[in-house]
Design a protein around this ligand. Structure first.
Ligand code: ADP
Ligand code: MG
Length: 352
């Protein structure tokens, strides 16, 4: 006789699947901001405006001037594993931030999401989703670009809501995420505004689009974000080895810090937290700094997407190099070289 309380295997419905996935993609308001700004940049935007209220818990709105979404594509943008960025044939060849097609459906499962968008030469339209339920596509009014508005994040998952920290802490996390994205995109103007309580709100971070060549733009952007003092003390880094290109700025040892918080690494434009960087910086500055001092640097590695795997984690904050030793070696030698040159310059000025 078959037992009556045998477990039954059921297919989860789309809403439940999205809420589970959302847990990995959107941990907190800052991760939602990251996904939305990355989408704007993937859409070719040169201006991104972010508005948040209550630390992003009640409102996150990202407005961009990118390519937009056609009205009949709006429902697809909100469905799972639907993306315009890859065709699935080569997961090692990814040139965009996004590719999983998970962010918008996940956000729509855990908050109230409205997308309003307009492609140049087409009509503007909007679509909403709340608790996983899609509204029909409606006509709207908008210039070219996209507005994604996310209200009441995690209202549908009270357990998650309880894990949110104070408005202040969540705002701070959002500012950090926005600054990191802004570092990697000096040609994109980015504004972050706190509109808690309504009205125009207050600008909490602003970086106008930089111009000039890449190094000028990057230097200007880093001055804006890491401060004029960093920029004045920063050595330009420009090196290449076996298909890995390294650019960026690393500060003179005299500008060292008491902690390693001013160390940034980006791989193909993605901010990554990797012990590799901390180790490489330590090795490069070994002769110049005592153990309790930490160098400051913002470094950007660009390479053929085939040489890294960004597919490691849904939040894509981890990147795996096919050859980590190569990346480390490149950073160490480029920085040592720049530091030695700066040392020569300094000693010859003293001698003269
Ligand atoms: P992914 O970014 O991985 O493709 P998303 O769920 O973040 O997945 O977005 C789904 C699709 O919606 C994208 O592939 C893109 O075509 C479209 N999209 C999302 N945000 C924007 C935007 N700001 N501008 C234009 N298109 C967008
Ligand atoms: Mg995306």
């Amino acid at each position: 006789k078959i037992s009556e309380n045998l477990p039954v295997i059921r297919q989860l419905d789309e809403g439940a699947i999205n809420r589970i996935a959302a847990g990995e993609v959107v941990e907190r308001p800052a991760s939602a901001v990251k996904e939305l700004v990355e989408n704007a940049i993937d859409a070719g935007a040169t201006r991104v405006e972010i508005a948040i209220a209550a630390g992003g818990k009640t409102l996150i709105r990202v407005t961009d001037n990118g390519c937009g979404i056609l009205p009949d594509q709006l429902p697809l943008a909100l469905s799972r594993h639907a993306t315009s960025k890859i065709d699935g044939s080569d997961l090692l060849d990814i040139h965009t931030f996004g590719f999983r097609g998970e962010a918008l459906p996940s956000l729509g499962a855990v908050g109230r999401l409205t997308i309003t968008s307009r492609v140049k030469g087409a009509d503007a339209a909007s679509i909403s989703v709340a608790g996983g339920k899609l509204s029909p596509v409606k006509p709207a009014a908008l210039g070219q670009g996209t507005i994604v508005e996310l209200r009441d994040l995690f209202y549908a998952t009270p357990a998650r809501l309880k894990f949110m920290r104070s408005d202040r802490a969540e705002s701070q996390a959002i500012t950090d995420v926005v600054k990191r994205l802004a570092m990697a995109e000096p040609f994109v103007g980015i504004t972050l505004r706190d509109v808690t309580g309504g009205g125009e709100g207050r600008v909490t971070f602003r970086a106008d689009a930089e111009s000039g060549d890449l190094f000028d733009a990057l230097h200007g952007r880093l001055a804006r974000i890491l401060g004029a003092e960093f920029a004045e003390n920063a050595l330009r880094i420009d090196a290449e080895r076996e298909g890995l290109k390294l650019i960026g700025y690393a500060a003179l040892p005299t500008y060292s810090r008491g902690s390693s918080t001013a160390q940034y690494l980006f791989v193909n434009g993605r901010p990554v937290k990797d012990k590799l960087l901390v180790g490489a910086l330590r090795a490069a500055y070994f002769d110049f700094l005592s153990r309790d001092r930490h160098p400051a640097a913002a470094l950007f590695i660009d390479c053929d997407p085939q040489l890294v795997d960004v597919n490691v984690h849904p939040a894509k904050s981890e990147v795996r190099f096919r050859d980590p030793g190569l990346a480390r070696g490149l950073i160490v030698s480029a920085l040592k070289h720049a530091l030695a040159e700066a040392g020569h310059r300094a000693s010859s000025t003293v001698a003269n």
